[in-house]
Ligand binder design. Sequence first.
Ligand code: GLN
Length: 192
Amino acid sequence: MKIGVLALQGDFAEHIATLKRLGVETREVRLPENLTGLDGLIIPGGESTTIGKLATDFNLMEPLRQFGKAHTVWGTCAGAIFLSKDVSRPQPLLGIMDIKVERNAFGRQTDSFESDLDIHELKQATNSSHPYHAFFIRAPIIESVSGSAKILATLPDGRIVAAQQGHLLATSFHPELTGDTRFHEYFLSLAS
Ligand code: GLN
């Protein structure tokens, strides 16, 4: 199995390190031809406007949309924003997931926080019972899911922080920054 990580901006190196720990072959994706032969793709956290602008400049928008039709794609934080259909402001989006997102929903960088999440699918896929400890860094909220998208995780107050639509995944938080590899394992189970 070979997994690509979009390496235009943001913390792609941390995703690659996590995948390597799991024994997975990886490739940094910067150009459309880098998508050839991949089994899945991760779009990292960072700044969604910058990722969108660079993806436009590197002619990646349409190849990424096509890739997402037939492959597993997971967006974390800015990556989740980039996958969404609607962020209530103009910026380049792939628009392949039926989720509406509010950027910076928790405030500024200093309002970043951690929270334990109870994620049924994750526990089932990894045969574990403990909650998932998630890091939220100037994170977005998934305001709503529609179509065939479903909610994977919410905060204790009910706000949505992870969603799945078939082979597409979106998380508001950063599994690549924790020592817990279960979310990457879940992604790999969808990609295989
Ligand atoms: N605030 C960033 C954005 O709106 C996302 C932050 C992150 O990826 N940690 O794009």
